[in-house]
Design a protein around this ligand. Structure first.
Ligand code: NAP
Length: 261
C-alpha cells in the first residue's frame, strides 16, 4: 500500500491516461501496490487490452470536461501515459492540471535515435511525410495508424502496406493497399519477413520510441531500406518520469497537499 506523506495525507485516486503498453504496465504496478484508480482510453480500438484497474472509455470533452471529471471523481493524481503522438490529450492534461491543481506527471519514453546503418529522412509531421512521398511509385510500409491513412490519399500512386489493430470497417482511402491486421509488440525477424514478402521499398514511421514498435525500424536497417521518420509533435512542458518505478515514487511523495479540487 502506498503511503502519502504530508499535511493532508489522503489515499491516492489515480487517473492514468492510457492507450500504451506502458500505461497498462503502470496500472498493473499501481494495482499491485494497492492504489485505487482508473485507466482512461480514447476508444480507438475495438478490443482494448485487459487493465488491472477499472477502465473508462471515450473523450472527456476537452479541457473543461477533463477538469470536471477530475473534480467529480475525486482524482488526486494524474499520469499521462499516452502515446507521444497523442499531443492533444497531453496538452489537455497540462491545462487541466493548471486549472484544477491535480498533480500531473507524464510517463514518457525517449525518442528513437538513428544508428549506424539507418537511412532516415526526418520530417516534422504527417504532412511532411506525405510531401516526402512525392516520388516514383514505391511499395510503402505505412506504419502511421488508422487515423492518419486519409492524409496519404494525396499520394494515391504508391502501393501501401498498412498494419492495423482492427480490421477496417470501411474501404481505405488509398486505392492500392494491403492490410495486415496484427497487434504489437512485433519482432525484427517477422518484420523483415513481412518487408521481404511485400517487396517494401521504404517505411513511413512515427518516432514513437520504446521497444514495442521498434522492430520495423531495426528490420528496415537490416534490409537497408529508407525510413521517413516523423518527428514527435510538441507538447507543453510538464514533469516527466522515465520509468514506472519513478511514477510510483512520485505517487508516494507528491501532490497530496497540492490538490486544488
Ligand atoms: P489525441 O489526438 O491527442 O486526442 C484526441 C482526443 O481524443 C482528445 O482530445 C480526447 O478527447 C481523446 N483522448 C485521447 N486519448 C484519450 C485517453 N487516453 N482517454 C480519454 N480520451 C482520450 O489522441 P490520439 O493520438 O488520437 O490517441 C488516442 C489514444 O490512442 C491515446 O490513448 C493514445 O495513447 C493511444 N495511441 C495513440 C497513438 C498515436 O500514434 N497517436 C499510437 C498508439 C496509441 P476529449 O478532448 O474529448 O477529451
Amino acid at each position: 500500500m502506498i503511503v502519502i506523506h504530508g499535511a493532508s495525507a489522503i489515499s491516492p485516486n489515480l487517473l492514468i491516461l492510457g492507450g500504451t503498453t506502458e500505461a497498462t504496465a503502470l496500472a498493473r504496478a499501481a494495482h499491485a501496490a494497492g492504489v485505487t484508480g482508473t485507466v482512461s482510453l480514447a476508444g480507438r480500438v475495438a478490443w482494448p487490452r485487459d487493465q488491472a484497474l477499472p477502465l473508462r472509455i471515450g473523450g472527456f470533452g476537452g479541457v473543461e470536461g477533463l477538469a470536471g471529471y477530475l473534480h467529480r471523481e475525486g482524482i488526486t493524481h494524474m499520469v499521462d501515459a499516452t502515446h507521444p503522438f497523442a499531443a492533444q490529450m497531453s496538452t489537455h492534461a497540462v491545462a487541466a492540471n493548471a486549472a484544477t491543481g491535480v498533480p500531473l506527471i507524464a510517463l514518457t519514453r525517449p525518442a528513437w535515435r538513428a544508428q549506424p546503418g539507418d537511412r532516415w529522412a526526418h520530417v516534422p509531421d504527417m504532412a511532411g511525410a506525405v510531401a516526402a512521398l512525392d516520388r516514383d511509385r514505391a511499395n510503402v510500409f505505412l506504419a502511421v495508424g488508422r487515423m492518419h491513412l486519409t492524409d496519404f490519399a494525396a499520394r494515391p500512386g504508391h502501393r501501401y502496406t498498412v498494419r492495423l489493430v482492427d480490421p477496417p470497417q470501411a474501404p481505405l482511402p488509398l486505392p492500392d493497399t494491403r492490410v495486415i491486421v496484427a497487434r504489437g509488440p512485433f519482432d525484427v525477424e517477422s518484420d523483415m519477413a513481412l518487408m521481404r514478402a511485400h517487396a517494401i521499398d521504404l517505411v513511413v514511421s512515427k518516432n514513437a520510441g520504446g521497444t514495442g514498435a521498434y522492430a520495423k525500424i531495426a528490420a528496415a536497417r537490416a534490409l537497408t531500406l529508407p525510413v521517413i521518420m516523423i518527428d514527435r509533435p510538441p507538447i507543453p512542458p510538464r514533469p516527466e518520469a522515465a520509468t514506472i518505478a519513478q511514477v510510483m515514487d512520485w505517487l508516494a511523495h507528491a501532490g497530496a497537499t497540492e490538490r486544488g479540487v
